[in-house]
Design a protein around this ligand. Structure first.
Ligand code: PMP
Length: 408
């Protein structure tokens, strides 16, 4: 029933980790202490990502609590088999953009399956979530429009607003009264409220029904980025809309396919006219090579597993509950989150880094997130859990935290 090897190693993972450190300025900000201390300088050392079936090495193994593979599907053999089948059927590359020649049967079938899965009329694939957000906001908003954004939104939503040239109105995290004031004062031609559905650094779920009521009152679109909710929230994993049991023609729903779905890519779902408008106007959709169809084929298999294997969401819920219960004795506190993202607030930057380093010495990878990524004084360990973890992994993490706290 649980044939998932969580502690998986391999030089590829090590490279991925190093590449993150080198290339991604946000991550660089987050983890700029020397992880190579634990990895590169130890011959044969490797990162255990909990999901990728890479060959074992003789060196040290690391257990990661920082992947977005929330359901443990990234290394699933059935998805690998579907990808192989897709490669045989469609080849490796799409060969062109969707609107030229790149749109294969697999893309088409996946778009239909995704729309049905999230109970919205139509869906459109994008190559990444970053591009989907750029596409949505720049297609819907321009100079005469206004975008209202939670201050903790993901960077891709913020970049999208800047690119759109719309007025950028940010409200304090979750502050609906502040949002309402901004909406009431706006004379913009078109209004968009954009929000993470599950906040990537805090793990809390946006108050979507209340946001929707405000959008109705002030005639605004509601753009939801469900990167961290899709697959995880709702009875069948359909995401934040299923979680709240809501639907509306005003909702532009975006989710990524490289997190809980275990593959790569993203999609936008909503009313047919909206999706048609994106096909015509979303430049990151139009001017880029289509996702390799073998990935779309693998994602069809992933969707079936997400819906059918409810035990993954149940196990994740158990792990979340266990972590919350077991860290209650620590002086450090978890933020109030019911999702797989469980931030443990340490406070001071240097202490957060030290705890993260000491966890790494014990073979556990949990990144220390510090200002300006999070508010000053709230440096934290961003613990992310996965159905690829086992109860004893969480016990190991908590045991290490207790030990580190005692010594500090
Ligand atoms: N939105 C959110 C909230 C995210 O966390 C991420 C990825 N970290 C993205 C969008 C971008 O998705 P992708 O990785 O598919 O570009």
């Amino acid at each position: 029933m649980f044939p998932i090897d969580l502690t998986i190693t391999g030089v590829e993972n090590l490279r991925a980790w190093e590449a993150l450190l080198v290339y991604d300025p946000q991550v660089l900000e987050i983890i700029d202490y020397d992880v190579s201390l634990f990895l590169g300088k130890t011959p044969g050392s490797s990162v255990l990502n909990g999901s990728h079936p890479l060959p074992d090495t003789d060196g040290r193994q690391f257990l990661a609590f920082c992947s977005n593979d929330y359901l443990g599907l990234a290394g699933d053999a059935r998805l690998a088999a579907a990808a192989r089948e897709g490669a045989e059927r469609y080849g490796v590359g799409a060969g062109a953009s969707h609107l030229i020649l790149g749109h294969a049967t697999a893309h088409h079938a996946l778009e239909a399956a995704l729309a049905q899965f999230v109970s919205l009329p139509r869906a459109l694939l994008f190559s990444t979530g970053y591009m989907a957000n750029l596409g949505i906001v720049t297609a819907l908003a321009g100079r005469e429009d206004a975008v209202f954004a939670d201050k903790l939104n993901h960077a891709s939503l913020n970049d999208a607003v800047l690119l759109s040239r719309a007025a950028f109105k940010r409200y304090a995290h979750g502050d609906l009264a502040a949002l309402e004031k901004l909406l009431a004062a706006s004379a913009a031609r078109r209004k968009l409220v954009v929000t993470d559905a599950v906040f990537s650094m805090d793990g809390d779920i946006a108050p979507v029904p209340a946001l929707l009521r405000l959008c109705e009152r002030y005639d605004a679109w509601l753009v939801l980025d469900d990167a961290h909710g899709f697959g995880v929230l709702g009875a069948t994993g359909a995401g934040v809309l299923q979680h709240y049991g809501i639907a509306s023609e005003r909702i532009v729903y975006m989710a990524t396919l490289g997190k809980a779905a275990g593959v790569f890519g993203a999609f936008v779902a909503g009313e047919s006219d909206l999706i048609e408008m994106l096909v015509q106007r979303a430049r990151p959709y139009i001017y880029t090579t289509a996702m390799p169809p073998l990935l779309a084929h693998a994602l069809l298999a992933s969707l079936e597993i997400i819906a059918a294997e409810t035990w993954r969401r149940e196990l994740l819920a158990q792990l979340i509950a266990r972590l919350k219960r077991d860290v209650a004795g620590l002086r450090w506190r978890l933020l109030p989150s019911d999702t797989a993202i469980q931030p443990l607030v340490i406070g001071a930057n240097d202490e957060a880094v030290r705890v993260s380093e000491q966890l790494a010495r014990r073979g556990l990878l949990v990144p220390a997130i510090r200002p300006p990524t999070v508010p000053p004084g709230s440096a934290r360990l961003r613990i992310s859990l996965s159905a690829a973890h086992r109860e004893q992994d969480v016990a190991q993490l908590v045991g290490a935290l207790l030990e580190i706290e005692k010594k500090s």
